[in-house]
Write a protein that binds this ligand. Structure first.
Ligand SMILES: [Cu+2]
Length: 454
């Protein structure tokens, strides 16, 4: 097996991730063929100690070049896991050892960062993803605050191209559209990616074991949208989610929500008090998506019968509900405007996305000064909600569609359709830094930018 180079790989690493083709039995006797970590998808929950350096061996048993990205960790570019940041790859049928010092504490995740372009069997369309829990004093999820914790990765499978946008980005969004153009682009849309099958973790709704709970239990749910293609809605009839962390970072104002809206790349940590004995479906509010697998059964002790679904009354999702009311940020050193547009390509072709008028790459366009505070304004002039992600940095939400907030630290934010989001980012992680939409096809066709430090 060829060595990938990099750090010497003497002895066994603290963590070994093996990339292999796998078969996932989403529903009994129906297997789908994909690629996973250590024979499964999601891969193992990786627990790390904040600040404690560990070695990770990645063994790639496929014929594709791979990258393992540590999403939400503040680590150097050469181990972050992105080609654009010049992280050394894991060669086809090869291996490489990385050393990482995980921080900050909280719910993070790992996933492939390979490009897919027109190949729906590559990149985040595969099963290469899993949770990372960084343990530490500031982890918002301290033992004693919950009786049971569950990890719920939301996924879709067997993606296919279609000429229609089948997502539901408008479902929970009734807000203003400050970036809506006066004259709409009427050119015919290009290819979108859709999915006929859904799951939470590796089972479609009803195909796996129910989550067993007892009355009075406080269940800590770590929810991750590991989809390559779309934002997701999730509800649990009879119950409310108490949101305690977004993207693994404690929120200033833990508050209740009836429905979660979560973009690819985002994590939500929510406490659910189990106070409605019965058998329930936690799942997507859209009947077609839930019936195609997006859900899991929650079963109270000594309760039996068909799992019950009741449509939620309130689909609204508002990040600012969890922020510090009346708070503000220090004045920025500089403001950066980023304008996102879609160039519709017509039937059978891939749409192109531009950042400030140009698709990736941008020649030295975004250069940061170490220590400076940047106010970044995302102008979404497209007809989709986009989950926008910064590598290697946290940012603070400042404003969403005119609503100010403070204290919410994230690494990925959904910028609503024709909407505007403002975030503050302190440039405290020198090195190449990738910014992109976390919808794989958008990223691959232009929706990304590279930030560097001067
Ligand atoms: Cu996007």
């Amino acid at each position: 097996m060829p060595e990938g180079g990099g750090a010497a790989s003497a002895g066994k690493a603290d963590i070994t991730l093996q990339i292999d083709p796998i078969a996932l039995e989403l529903i009994p006797n129906h297997f789908i063929s994909t690629v996973g970590y250590n024979g499964t998808s999601p891969g193992p929950v990786l627990r790390m100690q904040e600040g404690k350096t560990i070695s990770v061996d990645v063994i790639n048993n496929t014929d594709a070049t791979e990258y393992v990205h540590w999403h939400g960790l503040l680590i150097p570019s050469d181990v972050d896991g992105a080609e654009e940041e010049a992280t050394p790859s894991v060669p086809p049928n090869g291996r490489r050892r990385y050393q990482i010092t995980p921080k900050p504490a909280g719910t993070r995740w790992y996933h492939t960062h390979a490009m897919s372009m027109g190949d729906l069997h590559r990149g985040t369309f595969t099963g290469q993803f899993g949770f990372v829990v960084v343990e530490g004093a500031n982890n918002p999820n301290q033992p004693g605050q919950f009786d049971q914790e569950v990890f719920l990765a939301l996924r879709d499978w067997e993606p296919f191209f279609s000429s229609m946008a089948m997502d539901t980005d408008d479902a929970g969004q009734t807000g203003p559209k400050p970036e809506k153009p006066a004259v709409m682009d009427t050119r015919p849309n290009g290819l979108e990616v859709s999915s006929p099958m859904y799951s939470i973790n590796d089972k479609a709704l009803g195909a796996g074991a129910p989550i067993q709970v007892k009355p009075g239990d406080r269940v800590l749910m770590h929810i991750l949208n590991a989809s390559a293609i779309e934002n997701k809605l999730i509800a649990l009839p009879g119950h409310q989610f108490r949101i305690i962390a977004l993207d693994g970072n404690a929120v200033p104002t833990p508050a209740l929500a009836e429905t979660l809206y979560i973009g690819p790349g985002e994590r939500i940590d929510a406490l659910v008090e189990m106070n409605q004995p019965g058998v329930w479906i936690l799942g997507a509010p859209q009947d077609d998506i839930r019936n195609a697998g997006m859900g899991v059964v929650i079963e109270y002790a000594n309760q039996h019968g068909e799992p019950k679904w009741v449509a939620p009354k309130n689909l609204a999702w508002d990040y600012t509900a969890f922020g510090r009311q009346g708070g503000s940020q220090p004045a920025p050193d500089q403001t950066i405007d980023m304008v996102f547009e879609k160039v519709p390509s017509g039937a059978g072709k891939f749409n192109l996305f531009t950042v400030n008028g140009k698709p990736y790459p941008h020649e030295k366009e975004f250069v940061l000064k170490k220590g400076a505070r940047y106010r970044i304004v995302f102008h979404n002039r497209t007809d989709d909600d986009h989950p926008l992600h910064f590598h290697r940095h946290l940012f603070e939400l400042v404003n969403i569609n005119g609503k100010p907030t403070a204290g919410i630290m994230k690494d990925t934010v959904i910028v609503p359709i024709y909407g505007r989001a403002t975030v503050d980012m302190v440039a405290d992680q020198p090195g190449l830094t990738l910014f992109h939409c976390h919808i794989q096809q958008h990223m691959d066709f232009g929706f990304k930018a590279l930030f560097s430090y001067e």
